[in-house]
Design a protein around this ligand. Structure first.
Ligand code: MF3
Ligand code: CO
Length: 248
């Protein structure tokens, strides 16, 4: 069951979302060669808690950290570690969920480390464009499938592929709620879009094949099957009577 949000609910989700935006601003200045991903996660957790909020991923289905930090061929759910040290040319996806007073927001951003290869910049740009085109589409879309189709078309036109095994979702009262928001699909399919709907749109885009593997040891880290790079951007948005607002 999709639970629609009131304007008051949406304002509270936005406040949770603003904490994520602030932490991404700080991260911009911290991401450089030689920093390890656990240090970034500690910074994220401290920042969230200093705002009387909670990192929503920590403890979710046993997930051990405040954020997911996925480097290069890691698609999503990379576990921060002292041993994962960033180096020049890496691309690093950081996914953060925040709970503030019982309301949840979710966002992700892919950063380049030092000087990034042209092809990797193109991958990041196509993924970001897919997210932004999807948000724009949400202003007039009638079905979730209209959004999904927009993402898939943007990505495939650029020559990349969309991950099938992980998708966007409703968010707000919980970190993951119905409806499903796939990054591929056909217009006119899926849940109807209506005012009060709050969703996290999160294209995960691979340079090569869309197929992925889950790490056998940690059971979390998702990697591209061909070990080519992957990018991920995510915003939490609300559908209103008139248009959409980005809450993160
Ligand atoms: N990547 C997921 C999302 O953005 C959230 C991670 S769930 C966790 O919806 F368990 F890894 F925390
Ligand atoms: Co999400």
């Amino acid at each position: 069951m999709v639970r629609l949000k009131s304007p008051e609910d949406i304002e509270k989700i936005r406040q949770a979302g603003q904490i994520i935006n602030l932490v991404f601003e700080i991260l911009k200045g911290k991401i450089r060669p030689e920093i390890d991903t656990l240090s970034l996660d500690n910074l994220i957790e401290d920042f969230i808690r200093s705002h009387n909020a909670r990192p929503a991923f920590k403890g979710y289905r046993g997930y051990p950290a405040a954020s997911c930090i996925s480097v290069n061929d890691e698609v999503v759910h990379g576990i921060p570690s002292r041993d994962k040290v960033l180096k020049d040319g890496d691309i690093v996806g950081i996914d953060i969920g925040v709970e503030l007073g019982g309301y949840y927001a979710d966002a992700a951003y892919t950063f380049g480390v030092g000087s990034v290869a042209e092809e990797d910049k193109r991958l990041m740009e196509a993924t970001y464009n897919a997210l932004m085109n999807a948000i724009n589409k949400a202003k007039t879309a009638k079905y979730i499938g209209d959004i999904s189709y927009t993402i898939q078309r943007t990505v495939e036109k650029a020559g990349f592929s969309v991950v099938r095994d992980f998708i966007g979702h409703g968010v707000g009262f919980e970190i993951h709620e119905p409806p499903s928001v796939p990054n591929y699909g056909r217009p006119g399919t899926g849940e109807r879009i209506r005012p009060g709907l709050v969703i996290a749109i999160e294209p995960m885009v691979n340079a090569g094949t869309w197929e992925v593997d889950i790490d056998r040891e940690d059971k979390w880290t998702v990697r591209t099957k061909d070990r080519k790079k992957s990018a991920h951007y995510e915003h939490t948005i609300a559908i209103l009577e008139k248009g959409v607002i980005i809450l993160t």
